[in-house]
Design a protein. Structure first.
Length: 239
């Protein structure tokens, strides 16, 4: 349940005030957007999870900034006080810790940018099961055969506005990440820039070993090659 562990932290009282301000006028902002061209946006999402079949309980919220280039940065606030940051740059996906960044894997921005979906493509997807409004925006729900749903809008491309995770098809949700607001606006490169932080490879190494243990040799080989590329061209800490 690494996804739950990485969820970021903020105290409930503070979040209640923030949520109230975020929800105001979100529908009016969404209606004003007509073009599906790539744009920068910021999403604030509530994260809820369930243990042992219990009802979903709010655990924290995520603030995700996505640039028109496909680069992104996400800060995760957990209601137990923890805060963590992830970032996807042209060079890879990183976990930010203190004054360093820990390599996790490849980001493949060009591939992501080529996966921008139109309404027609979403509706004709074999996994399409319906539409639903999320944060004032119409989304197209795609259901994975193993269970769980992702809610996409052409306005936000491959970034889902809602994720429902299940242990298997038909089972109750174990986690829901749902946008409270989506703000389409420009922001500066420094908002997502992490180039000045040195790289640590421990997270990537741990993931590499887990892939090998799981028998995912092809994925492990690609990650290993990527680690060596990072070693060759970037400043890093560790061996």
């Amino acid at each position: 349940m690494k996804l739950r562990i990485l969820s970021l932290v903020v105290f409930i009282s503070g979040f209640a005030l923030l949520a109230g301000s975020l929800i105001k006028d979100r529908k009016a902002k969404a209606i004003a957007l007509e073009s599906t061209e790539a744009r920068s946006f910021v999403i604030h999402s509530l994260v809820s999870s369930s243990e042992n079949g219990d009802p979903l309980t709010p655990q924290g919220f995520h603030v995700r900034a996505v640039s028109a280039t496909g680069e992104w940065k996400e800060t995760r606030y957990s209601f137990d006080g923890r805060v963590s940051t992830l970032a996807g740059t042209k060079d890879g996906i990183y976990v930010i810790s203190g004054k360093s960044k820990h390599l996790y894997g490849q980001n493949k921005i060009e591939l992501i940018n080529n996966l921008m979906r139109s309404e027609e493509e979403l509706r004709n997807n074999p996994q399409f099961v319906g539409t639903e409004e999320v944060a004032g925006i119409k989304t197209y729900v795609l259901r994975h055969k193993m269970g769980g749903e992702a809610y996409y809008s052409p306005l936000t491309g491959v970034t889902p506005l809602k994720l429902v995770l299940r242990d298997n098809m038909g089972s109750p949700p174990v986690m829901v990440i749902e946008a409270l607001s989506v703000e389409f606006r420009a922001f500066s490169d420094k908002d997502i820039n992490i180039d000045n932080l040195p790289i640590e490879l421990d997270v990537a190494k741990a993931r590499l070993e887990s892939l090998k243990s799981a028998g995912a040799s092809q994925q492990a080989q690609k990650l290993e090659q990527f680690i060596e590329e990072i070693r060759a061209k970037a400043k890093y800490i560790g061996k």
